[in-house]
Design a protein. Structure first.
Length: 323
């Protein structure tokens, strides 16, 4: 599996990845985007920002990069970066299919992305991703799988995914919503010709909603790579927006709230990669300090007190504006 490359890596930041959801398109739901991005969010300016982040991440030891078909031009931005740096061969590239970007490069679009887990969408988006990333694609995931998704039961789709796996691409899925644990366990039961189909899972897990943790541990035990997304809860666990206990512990450890939030997850034995969603080089540098942040048991116990009920967490997330 491609994640074996990360296991062999010696840099402390090798298990922190960079996700490009926040910079591949002008609108997203992270807090503070007015300050994080240039006033002119043209494709050219966001391309430059993306390449700045990729360069900084690679220089500091990051070796996993995450994109998706619905992240605006994120796949294209990453493809251009890879093409311009042919010597960079030690990174792992993951993308996702199942959502179509519909905002037409606007922040005020009524609908930013449309979900469809059909075979037709897979066929179309697999071709689109292949045209951009080609053989550099290591991991292809179903984007935001839920328990009601036809992707859990569509045997025709399963055959397509198994064929992709036979070509050497790791097949996985990501999850969202308050029932993530149920989704993970349902996906673990999907087989093709008696063998498990999925070899990777990417889920939202953070100090506010750690409810999927036991299911992710089960996935890890079953041999799947586990990627954690939204570790700082779309900005709710960073900067001045962070809860007071998190800010206090950041001060105690000489770091920042976002670094503490990521550090707590890096301690989980099942976490293969924890994603940074940084939109600036300063944010990225702060995130990467998580790799060396030292948290004591008493501090971890205080952080556990930040937990919210999953339904409340996801209701709050749904209220975050695209900006």
């Amino acid at each position: 599996m491609p994640f074996a490359r990360l296991t062999a890596a010696t840099t402390p930041t090798a298990h922190i990845g960079l996700g490009l959801a926040a910079v591949g398109r002008p609108g997203y739901i992270n807090l503070g985007r007015d300050q994080d991005l240039p006033a002119d969010r043209s494709p050219e300016n966001l391309l430059a920002r993306t390449h700045e982040l990729l360069d900084a991440a690679y220089a500091q030891g990051v070796r996993y990069f995450d994109v998706a078909r619905s992240y605006g031009r994120a796949e294209a931005f990453l493809a251009e970066w890879l093409h311009a740096r042919p010597a960079v061969q030690d990174v792992v590239i993951g993308s996702k299919w199942g959502y179509t970007y519909t905002a037409d490069w606007r922040t005020d679009a009524e609908v930013h992305e449309v979900k469809d887990h059909s075979v037709a969408t897979f066929d179309r988006q697999r071709t689109e991703t292949g045209m951009l990333l080609g053989e550099r694609l290591d991991l292809y995931q179903i984007h935001s799988l839920t328990t009601d998704s036809p992707a859990l039961t569509d045997t025709g789709l399963h055959a397509r995914l198994a064929a992709l796996a036979a070509e050497g691409v790791t097949v996985g899925f990501s999850t969202s919503g308050p029932a993530q644990a149920d989704t993970v366990r349902a996906a673990l039961a999907v087989t093709v010709d008696g063998a498990p189909l999925f070899r990777s899972v990417q889920s939202t897990y953070n100090l506010l909603d750690p409810s999927v943790g036991e299911a992710l541990a089960e996935a890890h035990e079953a041999g799947l790579s586990v990627i954690v997304k939204e570790a700082v809860a779309n900005g709710r666990l960073a900067g001045s927006a962070a809860p007071a206990p998190l800010r206090d512990i950041a001060e105690e450890t000489g770091t920042t709230p976002d670094a503490v939030a990521l550090a707590a997850i890096l301690r989980r034995p099942w976490a293969t990669v924890v994603l940074s969603g940084a939109a600036t080089a300063v944010q990225l540098s702060a995130n990467l300090h998580a790799a060396v942040a030292d948290l004591g048991d008493e501090q971890l116990e205080r952080l556990a007190g930040l937990r919210e009920e999953p339904a409340a967490y996801w209701q709050q997330r749904a209220k975050l504006p695209w900006s």
